[in-house]
Design a protein around this ligand. Sequence first.
Ligand code: PDD
Length: 282
Amino acid sequence: MEKMKDLAYYNGTVTRIADMMIPAGDRGFYFGDGIYEVAMVFHRKIFALEEHLDRMERSAAMVRIELPMVRREIGDLLQELADRVESDCQFLYWQITRGTAPRNHLFPAGTASNLYVYSKPWPGVEMSDDYRLVSVTDTRFLNCNIKTLNLLLNVLAAQTAKENGCQEAVFVRDGIVTEGSHSNVSMIKDGVFITHPADNLILPGVERRHMIAYCGELGIPVEERPFTLEELKGADEIIMSSTSHPSMRVREIDGVAVGMKDAATVEKLRKMYLYEVEKRGQ
Ligand code: PDD
């Protein structure tokens, strides 16, 4: 089969991303009534696929959306689609919405959920030592553990970051740092890895969990506990993590120099990640 530069899939139809047409009655369009996942493809294999499928199932269950096919079929389909893209390294996105029907808040009867997937080439593992953050008040709802399509406040926070010459925003709720607009925030202080508990105030990031596991293997103590913006600013290192940007080292928050004091620990965590990518690709 001829490979494509990039690819989109919607309920069985495959096109280039720019050519995909989605019916306006898809409830993702007017209610954001759906959930999504992002995974990386390295060496043609979907990195941490099972963890992403776990979270997909949890998100769908929390908003009472039925999967359009069983989990295993979704996993197999995602890999098949990734195999049709030219690049070995890809950014793979998929979303599941609550069917297609005339606009009505009530769940539509007798319509299956919709699966939309796209995959595009990605340059490789993205890491940075040059991240700047701006703090913003976290006024999001109290179900941030659901990976819902409803990202309006995350979008606004990301834009605020850009307009302040920063790469990411960091949300602060009632004095407590929760997460970034599209990443988790963790810090290292006196050799301890500290990150917000995986409760309803943050998205339980796959990369956050990987870092906790790497710490376990490296003998780095981990504390999953709330911390303030002041504590964050006083940390030895601050790392923003997400699937597409697994280790972004922060050097400035709200215009003040922070972190960058424990390069050795950051390096160890990055090596673990890169080792995983290579190992799983074999
Ligand atoms: N963002 N918190 C939020 C609000 C996120 O949107 C993300 C991911 C994360 C990190 O999760 P993970 O390590 O599983 O990627 C935390 C994705 C990549 C996005 O929306 O593009």
